[in-house]
Design a binder for this molecule. Sequence first.
Ligand SMILES: [Fe+2]
Length: 393
Amino acid sequence: MPYYRRVGDVPRKRHQLVRSSSGRRLAEELMGKEGFGGESSLLYHVGRPTAIVDAAEVPLDNVELTPNRPLLPRHFRTQKLTGGATDVALDRELLLGNDDVWIWWVVVARATSLQRCTVGDECYFVQRGRGTCESVFGALRVEEGDYLVIPASTTYRLVPDGQTPLSCLVLEARGHIELPDRYLSARGQLLEVAPLCERDLRGPEEPLVVEGEDVEVFVRGRATVTRHVYATHPFDVVGWDGCVYPFAFHIRDFEPIVKRFHAPPPVHQTFSGPDFVICSFVPRPFDFDPEAVPVPYHHANVDSDEVLFYAGGSFMSRRNAGIEAGSISLHPAGFVHGPQPGSVDAALGQAGTDELAVMVDTRRPLLIGPAGWAVEDPTYAWTWAGRGPREQR
Ligand SMILES: [Fe+2]
């Protein structure tokens, strides 16, 4: 997150003695990337952010990843993952993953436990529902279509509104999720040519202070969870400032770039992670030359696996392939992919698309998790040919 934000009571100088309005000495916490060498925020706690009174490892099931063998394009139906998840710290469902990013599905039906992720930043995409991300930085409202980026080691919980669960795709990075360098000036301002700007990014606006004793926080690593118990509630921050904090960005605030002839996915890039990118496909006019072919050409991603989460609208290039809102396609390196038969004819002459999708391109092959295998559509690989290995001519 490139720009400075200040919330609540912050003293004039850093690292000076500071007391609360009741005279209690506050405890500073510097939350910084890359040791002390990157962006940071400085938080002012009423209690000690270090005071744990208990710890225990929590067993975790269903986090085994297995290779995409035989190598095939895949279709996963997250619509079938209706959850029953009651705790986002423990009940996520693992779809895909490699050393750089794990991709989960979660249905948050009630307020989650407090948690933090130690592996890296997390990026939620809210497919359905609305609610609040409560964290040590304050409260942040999110709704359908929002990206929510939560920095590593942020203590937070998700609270859905009312009875409607929050259904989210979750990307858990190994490291930090950033805005692409090419969108930023040398000093970090989003450039005029970027498809988003600072005004589109929302952060917490006031402190969230909660009293409590012996409070559980679930600390997540890769395939591990440790339960820490804190002497006092971690939400005791009366002020903070800096450039590290959770923020939200609504996908419809992404300004699409359209060319006369087809533009490849890098024009849709929204965020960068370590060895993966996140792109947003949003409603837009189609390529506008009379001779333009408005759907993608066949392509081989030599150096990446390509994941598309279809969030809404209709997907011209996946015609008659069974893809619906909530579907995920995986097109791995080694497989040439392109529009399904009939897609080009259907697209010719159309003025635009209402598709809404989130793409994740990874530099290393993705393995498939238990939830992915459980909701895979086994017919997808054969939709280009129109027949599969068990079907006769
Ligand atoms: Fe592709």
